[in-house]
Design a protein around this ligand. Structure first.
Ligand code: ZN
Length: 103
């Protein structure tokens, strides 16, 4: 007979899965989310590389959002006119001055 344990999130009693070591959360949706959050919190504390990855994901997500909201269009126009200036300047001076302006 399995003994029941108390869920660390909702406090409800449940029979833990014997294959899961140190199970602290029941199968409830909120409880599983809480388990994941807690795991991420622990991971952030102990694994700096994981934190960096999270930041990268965040940056990707922001770029994606900006692209969708059309904010990027303005940037592209601005960059195009800057590139125009750069190539004109480069032509005048006859060598790679554009390096100074590289983004
Ligand atoms: Zn629970």
């Amino acid at each position: 007979m399995n003994s029941v344990i108390q869920c660390a999130h909702c406090g409800g009693l449940f029979a833990p899965n014997l294959r899961v070591k140190n199970q602290q959360y029941c199968g409830g949706k909120d409880c599983q989310l809480a388990r994941k959050r807690n795991w991420q919190k622990e991971k952030l504390k102990t694994d700096p590389a994981y934190k960096t990855n999270q930041k990268d994901c965040q940056a990707d997500w922001q770029r994606e959002t900006e692209t969708r909201s059309g904010k990027r269009n303005g940037d592209q126009k601005r960059q195009k006119s800057l590139r125009q200036l750069i190539s004109d300047d480069g032509k005048r001076k006859g060598h790679g001055t554009h390096r100074i302006y590289a983004f």
